[in-house]
Design a protein around this ligand. Structure first.
Ligand code: R7I
Ligand code: MG
Ligand code: MG
Length: 304
């Protein structure tokens, strides 16, 4: 069980760091290189991992989703140099200044963000909570802090469920469809099944599911990539993610988390783990969460 927690968070971080080198166009990549944010030989991760780590620590500390504490923790850590989404960073800065998250999360986009930021960070929570309804409600509670839009929230519910099912090798699109309510997710998940019957090119996946920052695109593409390559070595999965292009760090983070949740840390490439930024910190945080798993309490913040 511990292996699954460390595998999930380290797989998320590896996918994020590997994908980050390819995220965006040449201008963004050159800027990152110039600023020293990516260095040869170091797998430096981005906001996806920073927020997942914050969530893991908060869950381990409180034994539940404590939205106010989680919002504060995320807000304290947020810095542009980790490549945060524009809206997410503005929201987190407001929270840091003392604006209640309920207000901040609908201040940049009036219906809240439909970005994939709530989905990218939530996988470890899926392993932590075994009751399906509490899992979905807890995922929603984490999402609402920065991503109040129903599509942003749904991305988190989907990824929490996928991680949970990956932990027992039981991911199927029909089970994932069971936790979804929104058309853009339901339609794409139905399509994932058909796409798994042949071997479509990355270009076709890009066209049919999408590789963008919208939750319904990158989250379903990550689920697809994981289901197609889950029995192959981790680098094969990552090569496909890089070929998908677009929001590669986030698709990498989500697919990597599912792969790690299923196979455990032992299945992740040892040479890459050695180069991964703060791997030991991530491992310790995941172990601390594993230690308190099974103690989850329904969160008062989860109802709201
Ligand atoms: O979702 P979010 O945290 O971004 C995560 C992404 C990942 O790829 C990370 O790796 C990082 O690179 O960023 O950040 P948000 O700012 O909430 O959403 C991302 C983007 O989606 C926004 O900057 C907008 O471009 C777009 N977006 C919207 N545009 C119009 N109206 C999200 N919601 C809206 C909306 O309601
Ligand atoms: Mg990122
Ligand atoms: Mg990204």
């Amino acid at each position: 069980m511990q292996e699954r927690f460390t595998g999930c968070l380290l797989g998320l971080a590896l996918g994020d760091a590997i994908g980050a080198k390819r995220e965006g166009g040449w201008a963004a990549r050159t800027l990152w290189l110039f600023l020293g944010l990516t260095r040869p030989g170091v797998l430096r991760w981005t906001d996806d991992t920073q927020m997942a780590l914050g969530l893991v620590r908060s869950l381990a500390e409180h034994g539940e989703v404590e939205p106010d504490a989680l919002a504060r923790r995320w807000a304290e850590q947020a810095t542009w140099s980790r490549g945060y989404g524009r809206g997410a960073l503005a929201t987190l800065k407001q929270i840091r200044r003392g604006v209640p998250w309920q207000e901040a999360s609908v201040s940049v986009f009036e219906d809240g963000s439909y970005g994939n930021g709530a989905a990218m960070r939530v996988a470890p929570l899926g392993l932590f909570i075994s009751d399906p309804e509490m899992r979905a409600e807890a995922a929603r509670a984490t999402a609402r802090i920065t991503h109040a839009h129903p599509l942003g929230v749904e991305g988190a519910v989907l990824m929490a469920e996928a991680a949970h099912l990956a932990g027992s090798r039981g991911v199927s699109t029909s089970r994932l469809r069971g936790v979804c309510r929104e058309r853009p997710f339901l339609d794409r998940l139905a399509r994932v099944d058909e796409l798994l019957e042949s071997e479509p090119t990355p270009r076709q996946i890009r066209r049919e599911l999408g590789n963008g920052i919208r939750a319904q695109e990158s989250a379903t593409s990550a689920v697809y990539a994981y289901l197609r390559f889950r029995e192959q070595p981790f680098p094969v999965l990552m090569d496909f993610v890089l070929e998908l292009g677009g929001d590669t760090d986030t698709i990498g983070a989500m697919a990597g988390a599912l792969y790690g949740a299923e196979h455990g840390e032992g299945a992740l490439p040892a040479d890459q783990l050695v180069s991964l930024e703060a791997a030991d910190e991530l491992r310790q945080a995941a172990l601390a969460l594993a230690e308190v798993s099974g103690t989850f309490r329904a969160s008062p913040g989860g109802e709201g």
